[in-house]
Design a protein around this ligand. Sequence first.
Ligand SMILES: [Fe+2]
Length: 371
Amino acid sequence: MAITCHPIPKAPESEVDFGVEVRGLDLENLSDTDFQSLRTILYTHQVVVIKNQKRLSPSAQFSLTRRFDPSAGVYSHGTKISNRSVLHRDLTTIPSQPQVQVIGHGHIPSYEGLTDLHLQHPHHRTFHKDPIPADQDHDFTHFYRWHIDSAMYDLDPPLVTSLLAIKTPPKRHQTLLYDDNTSTTLRVPLGTTAFFSGSRLFSLLTPSEQTFILTSKVEYAPHPYIWMSEAKSRSNGLGLLSENLELPLTSLPPIDPSKIKVYPMAWKNPVTGTLAMMVYPTCVRKIHLADGTVMDDLREIREMLYKFQRRAIDPQFVYPHDWEEGDLVLFNNHGVMHSIVGSFAEGEVRLFRQSSSRLLSQGSRVESSRV
Ligand SMILES: [Fe+2]
């Protein structure tokens, strides 16, 4: 069967320039030729939707994800999440394929060797300073946290992530409030995954901002998800408020300085050569400037990054995927940033599988952005 690309549904006002539906792939038995076509499509369109994959095996999902990065072996957050990490509650591993995680919401009696699962969709009330009031929670929501899938300590960000919708609740919509001193809203399908493009963001920067991005590097906190565990997010999910709530480094698990990640702020697409601003604001601790000085005032760093990044989450630049059962979404984790969205009511059950993988690294393999 020939591989074909088709537009994905977008709102009339959308200016989103990424995303495509791909048909004609047999993911359980993917030939090298078809994989290479898929890889080119993925890096050209950043987000790929493949429908009707409900029966895809966990091993095939992992194999597919791994083929984008053959050296990858473990789940992108490693094999064990500390119970002090803000990620601890969100992740459950499939016994037969530990590189694939089960995520979702509600009670699942049994699935792939797991029994009596009580899944909890991450809710912004656990993370935001000013969550939606409980009595409005059914109809209104926030972006939870804009991020790159990554541990940002020891492990490098996986190249590609796959998300597969096994079970979704009946459709409804919520109104997403930005609550960022603007009246901006976005109508979103319940439980959407929202994406914005790092290359669109880069193109929205002024020439001097672009120069700054291309000549500076960003340093992430050690054990960032523990470090940030007491801090609270802005209501639009784009970084933390600066309230000095980050844990002191002395109270974190032992820190190996060689595992601290320092990355370029713009990453190059390996197929198109396009530059994307890819900075995970919640985990940032320092910025290394071209002249060798290091910014380490968190408030100053966050205000600057926020000014850069806020423009990219304006509604016309955000793609909120409307999940249907069987949807497999692959995305370029070095080219788009994404956010969990939504608040499920009791009885709205959802089951997803996620796979993203990355070798335990020695040093960064992120493409340098220097041009
Ligand atoms: Fe993610």
